[in-house]
Design a protein around this ligand. Structure first.
Ligand code: CP
Length: 293
């Protein structure tokens, strides 16, 4: 059976712990022994720095070869459908696909037709499962657990696939999750989740605060950057209210002096670059999961 990696919804708690073991293995010095010698195609229909390059670096450490799909030079520009594109790539014998897309639900029609695994590298506003997994691993490394924690997600929540996949993962475990959103949330979509109106509602109690940028590319209306900064920016004053052992995370890219001040990025409680470090063994573990029998 083809093992895709498209949504955190597909994985049980036990499988997430299996992923943590796999990630720890690749993080250790013994983690470079595997040599898959397979061919992947990297298909990014939205820009990326971290996800694209860390998947390629992680894959190369496992002996994978990559070709990059250039949609502007492809026959998509001549009206070929995505499904026909994938059927042709599958017929060529690619061993796997890394795909970032603007379209929610992109994978539903394609998955049943493929012989090789698809890895979801970001899908619309709904899924970014590899980011959620590396975030969870970063939390687990810090606290030696992934339950009984209070995690706050702050910023542009409805337009963030990172928020969505993190919610999928964190709510599989017994965690308290608080959302502090710059856009009005439909509370019915977030059962069991605390919706905060102000930093004062959660800042002294949280173990983890995940900051999100404004996803300007998905906004239909302009937001006032000054109002956003005044209410949502995580600065030195607010960080002083955190517990000493609490950590600050951000998936990147960062908009300096919007959701976070530059000094906080390198604050002793920030784990932002730890997340980036963990992206390599996490993505090695994802390849290993998809390619192992
Ligand atoms: N975190 C993340 O998805 O970053 P990129 O958009 O640079 O891949």
């Amino acid at each position: 059976m083809t093992k895709h990696f498209v949504s955190m919804k597909d994985f049980s708690r036990e499988q997430i712990f299996e992923f943590f073991d796999r990630i720890a293995y690749f993080e250790s010095e013994f983690g470079t022994n595997k040599n898959y010698a397979k061919f992947f195609i990297s298909m990014f229909f939205e820009p990326s720095t971290r996800t694209d390059l860390s998947f390629q670096l992680a894959g190369k450490k496992l002996g994978l070869n990559f070709l990059n799909f250039d949609s502007m030079k492809s026959s998509l520009t001549k009206g070929e459908t995505f499904l026909d594109t994938f059927l042709n790539l599958d017929a060529m014998g690619f061993d796997g696909y890394i795909v970032r897309t603007k379209q929610d639900g992109f994978f539903q029609d394609i998955l049943p037709h493929l012989n090789s695994p698809i890895i979801n590298a970001g899908e619309g506003v709904s899924e970014h499962p590899s980011q959620a997994l590396l975030d969870a691993y970063s939390i687990w490394k810090e606290f030696k657990r992934i339950d009984n924690l209070h995690v706050a997600i702050v910023g542009d929540i409805p337009h963030s696939r990172v928020a969505s996949s993190n919610l999928d993962l964190l709510t599989k475990f017994d965690n308290k999750v608080t959302l502090f959103s710059s856009f009005l949330l439909d509370e019915q979509k977030y059962p069991g989740i605390n919706i905060a109106q102000d930093y004062q509602d959660f800042i002294r109690d949280v173990d983890v605060v995940i900051m999100l940028r404004n996803q300007y590319e998905r906004h239909s209306e302009k937001i006032d950057p000054v109002l956003f900064y005044n209410k949502f920016c995580l600065d030195e004053k607010k960080v002083k209210l955190l517990k000493k052992e609490a950590i600050i995370m951000h998936p990147g890219p960062i908009n300096h002096d919007q959701e976070i001040t530059p000094g906080i990025i390198h604050h002793p409680q920030s784990r932002i670059y730890k997340q980036v470090q963990h992206s390599i063994p996490t993505r090695q573990a994802i390849f290993d999961y998809c390619l192992s029998k």
